[in-house]
Design a protein around this ligand. Structure first.
Ligand SMILES: O=C(O)c1ccccc1NCC(=O)[C@H](O)[C@H](O)COP(=O)(O)O
Length: 362
């Protein structure tokens, strides 16, 4: 638990990145002058980092402000809002855990070693191309079908969970791409699942559905066979989104940038070169799902700009019926990311036909 705050800060990461331009330098904990930070300096540095995030409307703090949480148990409704080191919502809790998890993974597999492994990684497939082709073929939003065993909002979705069989069924049912949850603690996913699906010969390009907070994770996803990664605007400041999309470009990966509200959408639209934006209909703080969020964020100038720039918008979460699909399509989405409604079906391929109101495999 104490690891929560013994970490390099964003500011130190930035300083070191800019001096070498290489993500491998995100490891050493040092401040802008290259000195190691004391615990109190780290706390102060963390506060500055939170200020920077807040200035962009980011409420998710990267790690507990002054150390490990004191009451880090029990349901959220019994936790006091803003209570010192208790995460304010599930997304923040996931990010705090991820921060510890990633630092441990990086110790085991430093970036230099990871980069070596990329030589043996399978070739990258064209994630965005697959979405465009499917949309042109079916005239319906292209499907990114999610391989997800469990989620914080819904618990276990499927007990008899065989990721490869589910992926194969999705492909047979007409999915354009797949999304594979790799987070273990909250979604019961894994990188082994991603690797197994890739090695089983599934042709649909794969999105690594992970909570990315460090560029190292992008290299790791690539090494495990991903063709695309998720970057969440509620978690990442603009500088991180820009930097990480550059890394994706370098590795040939697609970046799906996820937004939840107008402010996040505007931040992302202000970044050059964005090709794929996901609108999540699930509020990751409260779990409320409202598919009218997709419509709201695509109205007016934002929708126009997206059309002009030929950005593909993905409608994410809470899609269950052909009417839901029609609704988000009319709002302007060209692809949908769907988990629960199809993964729960005994035959996920048939589940896809039910979701779209027809067989989309032909
Ligand atoms: O699904 C959750 O409970 C959740 C909680 C916190 C962060 C992310 C979460 N879900 C990730 C997703 O956005 C969904 O898995 C994805 O959009 C598919 O949603 P659905 O079709 O509703 O399963």
């Amino acid at each position: 638990m104490a690891d929560f705050y013994k970490k390099p800060s964003l500011l130190s990461v930035r300083a070191q990145q800019s001096s070498s331009g290489d993500a491998s330098t995100t490891i050493a904990p040092a401040n802008v002058t290259g000195e190691t930070l004391s615990e109190s300096e780290e706390v102060e540095d963390g506060a500055m980092q939170d200020d920077l995030y807040a200035s962009q409307g980011i409420r998710i703090r990267r790690r507990p402000p002054t150390g490990p949480p004191l009451h880090y148990v029990g349901p959220f409704e019994f936790r006091l809002q803003n209570e010192g080191n208790t995460p304010r919502n599930i997304l923040e809790e996931i990010v705090w855990n991820k921060d510890v998890e990633v630092s441990q993974m990086k110790e085991k597999r430093p970036l230099a070693k990871l980069k070596g492994a990329l030589d043996n990684a399978p070739p990258v497939r064209d994630f965005i191309g697959a979405l465009r082709t499917s949309h042109l073929r079916t005239r319906l939003p292209a499907l990114i079908a999610e391989v997800k065993k469990a989620s914080p909002s819904r618990g276990v979705l499927r007990e008899d969970f065989n990721p490869v069989e589910i992926a194969q069924a999705y492909e047979k049912g007409g999915a354009a791409c797949l999304s594979v949850l790799t987070d273990e603690k909250y979604f019961q996913g894994s990188f082994e699942n991603l690797e197994a699906i890739r090695n089983a010969g599934v042709k649909c390009p794969l999105l690594c559905k992970e909570f990315i907070i460090d560029a190292w994770q992008i290299y790791y996803a690539r090494a495990k066979g991903a063709d695309a990664v998720l970057l969440i605007a509620a978690v990442l400041p603009d500088a991180d989104i820009k930097y990480m999309t550059k890394i994706c470009e370098k590795l040939g990966l697609a970046a799906l940038i996820e937004v939840h509200d107008e402010r996040e959408m505007d931040r992302v639209l202000a970044i050059d070169g964005i090709q794929l934006i996901g609108i999540n209909n699930r509020d990751l703080g409260t779990f409320q799902v409202d598919i009218s969020n997709s419509k709201k964020l695509l109205q007016g100038d934002r929708g126009q700009m997206i059309k002009q720039r030929d950005i593909i918008v993905v409608g994410e979460s809470g899609l269950f019926t052909p009417e839901d699909i029609e609704y988000v399509q009319e709002a302007g989405v060209k692809a949908v990311l769907v988990g629960e409604s199809i993964v729960k079906q005994s035959n996920p391929a048939k589940g896809i036909a039910g979701l779209f109101g027809r067989d989309i495999s032909i």
